[in-house]
Design a protein around this ligand. Structure first.
Ligand code: OMP
Length: 271
């Protein structure tokens, strides 16, 4: 999916919601556990019920890898049951020396047909660029993450007072463009999202951290929205585990709808 198509989906659905698929066998409703593939059944129902309100889905690969070889088959089935007009994100946080990154890219862009993958910038140019060599595929580079540990490295300032996350933003714009590179920016970072926006005015941001981690959607929009929205805001647990009973998918739908309504208001205000 290219940038114009993504923006068109955002306009069509009046939504910039990404539903995070972090399916944990210990947390899914117990009635699903007798099914042949409980995680698939869980994700499929979540996708079916939220598709009216979501423009993207982000399976977190850890939750599938943890299931062993079968988890990869489940991931593939989950990817295939997503509607064709949504943006798919493999949240794999990969990145290694060049020839290894190339194979990670093939795994997620060719063996599986994800639109995008999350990538860690720490190993630099040759670890990131192999992911950028695929048509209509995207790298989503970790810039300023939502977790507490983000301050350990990302906020460290160089001799000129520039924090490391800004160097990541500046340097990586030599490798990719707003048409194949997005950034992860945590919703818990409030005003700092505005700093990231200054360094990357045209790029899309994947913004996790609303819902369970307490980030504010209105602050994200206030500081992060650009003229083509420029935001995909993720909520995982706040949607998929809003109910752990038989009505889980319907309740997930309600939660997704609540976020979409809020997003529509914010788009009306800032777009
Ligand atoms: O890359 C990510 O998606 C990510 C980056 C980040 O800074 N913070 C973050 O929470 N995430 C992911 O986003 C999801 C957030 O889940 P919830 O907190 O349940 O909404 C998880 O899959 C995290 O791995």
């Amino acid at each position: 999916m290219n940038r114009a198509e993504l923006f068109s989906q955002i306009q069509k659905k009046s939504s910039f919601l990404c539903v995070g698929l972090d399916p944990d066998l210990a947390k899914i409703p117990s009635h699903l556990k007798n099914e042949a593939d409980p995680i698939y059944s869980f994700c499929k129902q979540i996708i079916e019920e939220t598709a009216d309100f979501a423009v993207a889905y982000k399976p977190n690969i850890a939750f599938f890898e943890a299931l062993g070889p079968k988890g990869w088959e489940t991931l593939q089935k989950v990817l295939e049951c997503m509607p064709k007009d949504v943006f798919s994100i493999a949240d794999a946080k990969r990145g290694d020396i060049g020839n290894t990154s190339k194979l990670y890219a093939k795994a997620f862009f060719e063996s599986m047909d994800f639109d995008s993958i999350t990538v860690a910038p720490y190993m630099g140019k040759d670890s990131v660029t192999p992911f950028l060599e695929f048509d209509n595929k995207w790298v989503i580079l970790l810039a300023l993450t939502s977790n507490i540990g983000s301050q350990d490295f990302q906020l460290i300032e160089d001799a000129n007072g520039k924090p490391l996350f800004k160097s990541v933003l500046e340097k990586s714009q030599e490798w990719g463009t707003p048409d194949n590179l997005m950034y992860v920016v945590g919703a818990t970072r409030g005003e700092l999202i505005g700093e990231v926006r200054k360094s990357a005015p045209d790029h899309f941001f994947l913004v996790p951290g609303v819902g369970a981690q307490g980030g504010s959607l209105s602050e994200v929009a206030k500081y992060g929205m650009n003229s083509t929205c420029g935001l995909l805001v993720n909520s995982s647990r706040g949607i998929i585990y809003a109910s752990t009973e038989k009505d889980f998918a319907k309740v997930a739908r309600q939660e997704a709808k609540k976020l979409q309504i809020e997003m529509k208001d914010l788009m009306d205000q800032y777009l």
